[in-house]
Design a protein around this ligand. Structure first.
Ligand code: FES
Length: 149
């Protein structure tokens, strides 16, 4: 199996069996974010406590890249401090924009999305959930809604 095939498998696995795709009963922050170009949207639930992302889950609809990215993100960010989570957002965005080689990004399974850098129109698909996370971490509490530019 080539590396590309392996990455495709990882993405499809997360798309077909998304992790942490459910509503959360007691979030401290809820972010609703829409990609106006395609109409896809995500609702991200965050439970922030003591400076740590204690739990996160999501609902939404979208393409395989956006859904797989959200699923992997929930796994990668859980238990991280707010600062670590923000750093992860930056590293991930830089990788999918092709600004940071995956070998330096140190993102585990998320490296499966590095190929997105070759398809600029898909970058927003990959970063939709991450942008929701960034806005949620910065708002700290309450409900946020918006669109990506
Ligand atoms: Fe809408 Fe990918 S096509 S987020």
């Amino acid at each position: 199996m080539s590396l590309d095939d392996l990455y495709r498998e990882v993405i499809l696995d997360h798309y077909r069996s998304p992790r942490n795709k459910r509503k959360m009963d007691d979030p401290t922050v809820v972010v609703e974010l829409k990609n106006p170009v395609c109409g896809d949207e995500i609702t991200l639930y965050l439970k922030l406590s003591g400076g740590v992302v204690e739990a996160l889950s999501f609902e939404g609809k979208g393409c395989s890249i956006s859904q797989a990215s959200a699923s992997m993100m929930t796994q990668a960010v859980r238990g991280k401090s707010l600062q670590e989570a923000l750093e992860l957002v930056e590293r991930f965005k830089r990788m999918v924009r092709g600004e940071l080689p995956a070998s330096e990004a140190d993102l585990g399974d998320l490296e499966a999305l590095q190929g997105v850098a070759k398809f600029p129109v898909r970058v927003k698909c990959a970063t939709l959930s991450w942008e929701a996370l960034r806005r949620g971490l910065e708002s700290d509490e309450g409900r946020v809604s918006g669109e990506v530019e």
